[in-house]
Design a protein around this ligand. Structure first.
Ligand SMILES: *[C@@H]1O[C@H](CO)[C@@H](O)[C@H](O)[C@H]1NC(C)=O
Ligand SMILES: *[C@@H]1O[C@H](CO)[C@@H](O)[C@H](O)[C@H]1NC(C)=O
Ligand SMILES: *[C@@H]1O[C@H](CO)[C@@H](O)[C@H](O)[C@H]1NC(C)=O
Ligand SMILES: *[C@@H]1O[C@H](CO)[C@@H](O)[C@H](O)[C@H]1NC(C)=O
Length: 422
């Protein structure tokens, strides 16, 4: 169903007499609208469309928005044509097959033209976040619809790739490793798999506020977020507890363009003083991959170059082990096993994170923070910085790094970062 189609149906809905189901929904929505006026003010969904309009116009739009939500969430059968469309349509076009410049377009995976009927999961997500936004213009409903469609399409891509590459993995019993990086927030029934260098410090702050162990994300220093967060991990639950939570909680994952995540990790751990990564990783890397290393370098482990770091990464007999900061997400978070229901991207972190917060019914005054903890003076790793680091590698090395993160590229629909990769 195209967005235009949705609009048309909304207009029709506005003139139809309400049925009893609509009435009860209508009541709920009004309730929601009243109590969440403040919320919509504060949440600032980060979209340019979400502008405040004069009160009168806004009120008329609330009513329309409320109706929109009714129509959008009302269960319906897909028409024959839609069913045909859905059946005749290839589920996903394989990503990463065309040469593409390194880009982080927000809507790069936007399925705006998609004709998929609303599924139960998306309806649920949409209902919650649209109710939260119902004191605002129709624009918010449209944005919520776009975002929930985008979630639907990311989820579909992940399940398709998993069906192709790891069929049946989600039907096996959970192993410790598969659930050890997943944090549990009981009050909002949320599971969050930690991916370093993709907004995880700020996610931990948010989880601490959600769980009631902190009043505001502002008051939580970086180290406290990581080492004193008191957040339970899924691996701490019984087998039955794990299974039940995997079945019924929102399972969220935030990912990042893999090359950019790698460069971000390298800059963070090796380009500024670090009392763990320099002695443990730096020394091993320099002594293995640098000919004629100085004593000073061998002693401190400081000054690892990106190229040396990549040699370490690609070495099947690494002198030191893997690390969560550069481990592929496809291994770190076992996405095929966990079957995430929400996949956010670092490239649109605040928008995706706030959408998730609204859809799990987080307190109105809780929005996703944008603290940059590590090396606050260093420029955030961008695609142009990433290009610069990768230009230090030759084509073969770049290809090998791409192969190393290939499943991440596939599962999360990132385009090939360099046109000469295959
Ligand atoms: C919301 O965003 C607008 C600009 O997009 C900004 O002017 C305003 O201060 C923001 N409000 C809050 C509460 O963050
Ligand atoms: C949000 O509201 C709660 C109570 O409703 C309050 O305890 C908390 O301090 C508020 N947080 C912020 C950041 O204002
Ligand atoms: C290392 O030192 C040797 C002898 O001093 C020299 O022949 C060689 O070229 C140096 N290698 C590198 C990579 O600098
Ligand atoms: C690229 O660098 C590697 C060392 O990392 C070297 O073995 C290889 O020959 C180089 N390839 C090309 C095409 O220069």
């Amino acid at each position: 169903m195209s967005l235009l189609g949705v609009r048309r149906r909304l207009l029709c809905a506005a003139v139809k007499p309400p049925c009893s189901l609509c009435c009860s929904l209508w009541f709920l929505l009004l309730l929601g609208a009243g109590s969440l006026l403040l919320l919509a003010r504060l949440q600032n969904l980060t979209e340019p469309v979400l502008q405040w309009r004069p009160a009168l116009a806004a009120r008329r739009q609330h009513q329309l928005a409320a109706k929109c939500v009714q129509v959008l969430v009302a269960p319906r059968r897909p028409s024959q044509k839609e069913a045909d469309d859905a059946a005749g349509r290839r589920p996903v076009s394989p990503p990463a097959l065309r040469p593409q410049p390194l880009s982080s377009s927000l809507f790069s995976d936007s399925p705006l033209g998609s004709k998929q009927p609303l599924t139960k999961r998306r309806r649920k997500l949409l209902l919650k976040s649209s109710v939260a936004a119902s004191s605002s213009p129709t624009g918010q409903v449209e944005v919520a619809l776009q975002l929930s469609r985008m979630q639907e399409s990311r989820h579909r891509l992940l399940t398709d790739i998993c069906a192709q590459y790891q069929p049946g993995v989600d039907r096996r019993p959970p192993s410790q490793r598969q659930v050890s990086r997943v944090y549990v927030e009981e009050r909002s029934r949320l599971l969050y798999c930690e991916v370093p260098k993709a907004g995880c410090s700020n996610w931990k702050r948010v989880l601490m506020v959600l769980s009631g162990s902190a009043a505001s994300t502002r008051d939580i220093p970086h180290d406290a977020a990581h080492y004193e967060n008191r957040l339970p991990r899924l691996s701490g639950y019984s087998r039955a507890g794990v299974t039940e939570r995997l079945r019924s909680y929102t399972k969220a994952l935030f990912v990042r363009e893999p090359f950019e995540r790698l460069v971000s990790a390298f800059r963070d751990k090796f380009e500024s003083p670090n009392s763990y990564y320099h002695p443990v990783f730096g020394r091993a890397i320099i002594s293995r991959y640098r000919a004629n290393a100085t004593h000073a370098a061998l002693r401190s482990g400081a000054g690892v170059t990106f190229r040396e770091f990549v040699q370490y990464l690609l070495d099947v007999r690494r002198p030191v082990g893997m690390d969560i900061h550069w481990e592929p997400v496809s291994q770190l978070c076992s996405p095929c096993f966990l079957q995430f229901t929400f996949i956010g991207k670092f490239e649109s972190l605040e928008r995706d994170a706030n959408f998730l917060l609204r859809s799990i019914g987080a307190p109105a005054n809780l929005t996703f923070p944008d603290f940059k903890d590590r090396n606050p003076l260093a420029e955030r790793t961008s695609s142009s910085i990433t290009q610069k680091y990768f230009s230090q590698l030759n084509a073969t090395e770049r290809q090998k790094v791409f192969d190393f993160y290939y499943m991440d590229y596939l599962m999360f629909g990132y385009p090939k970062p360099f046109s000469d990769l295959h």
